[in-house]
Design a protein around this ligand. Structure first.
Ligand code: PAF
Length: 254
């Protein structure tokens, strides 16, 4: 059974013990509502490290819409079961007060990539992400930390932050896990209505098949998606769309 700890002090006491025993620690930060994409991150951590620490924290600082934060799925009991099956040793489930004892008077801000793509549509989002990931990396003291490539911009920013601040945890990216119809797994998928769920795989299909980003946008709009952006950068195509109240992001190599 995965052990649950709620405070930094509790985790640090455990960490001292595992470090003394020479175990490598693999960290998988999550916001809960776990799915097979997270299982793949746990499996990668399990493969590389003798001790796997997960975190579940729905981070208010990265939600730029109060409603989105309130409606974010919270499924702790099911998450604990999944983590137990996946061989997660310990999960850190802090309160907001534990994570933000000084509120948000200290934050981590990046001034270039964080303002583009998703950052242009969700002001402050990546400052919230980088701030909480900096905290989690400092608390965990892990050898490696695992993040999914579905959130590719997030992964790039976290890698950049770790390099800029000489952080010792190695940041490991793991491939996107998809439904058989191509839809990238996301905790937000449960919010899609049956009709939206049927349409959603077209997002991945259009990102893959459209000859250029403009064509992908036009095709997606014609199908009924709200399009925040589709952009080609280097060897990758990035997109963010809306189906009803649900925002989906994805990226593919070209
Ligand atoms: O990708 C996520 O689930 C979150 O952005 C993260 C990295 C756990 C930070 O809250």
């Amino acid at each position: 059974m995965t052990e649950v700890v709620h405070t930094v002090a509790e985790w640090r006491a455990l960490r001292t013990k595992h470090r003394a025993a020479g175990r490598r620690i693999g960290l998988v930060p999550t916001m809960g509502a776990l799915h097979a994409g997270h299982t793949a991150l746990f499996a990668a951590a399990r493969r590389d490290c003798e001790f796997v620490l997960a975190t579940i924290f729905v981070n208010p600082a990265q939600f730029n819409e109060a409603q989105d934060f309130e409606h974010y799925p919270r499924t702790l009991d099911a998450d604990l079961q999944l983590m137990t099956t996946a061989g997660v040793d310990t999960v850190f489930v802090p309160s907001v007060a534990e994570m933000y004892p000084r509120g948000t008077d200290y934050t981590v801000q990046e001034d270039a990539l964080s303002r583009e793509l998703c950052g242009a549509h969700r002001p402050g989002h990546f400052t919230g992400v980088l701030t909480v990931v900096m905290k989690l990396l400092q608390i965990a003291g892990a050898d490696r930390a695992y993040f999914g490539e579905k959130d590719y911009q997030q992964l790039q920013l976290i890698r950049g932050m770790a390099a800029a601040f000489f952080m010792e945890t190695e940041i490991v990216g793991c491939p996107t896990v998809r439904e058989p119809d191509g839809l990238a797994l996301s905790s937000r998928n449960v919010r899609l209505s049956p009709a939206e769920r049927k349409l959603a795989p077209q997002f991945f299909a259009m990102l893959k098949s459209a000859p250029d980003a403009t064509a992908a946008q036009l095709q997606l709009r014609a199908l009924g998606f709200g399009v925040d952006y589709v952009t080609d950068r280097e060897n990758r195509r990035f997109g963010a769309v809306r189906l009803g109240a649900t925002r989906l992001i994805d990226n593919v190599t070209r």
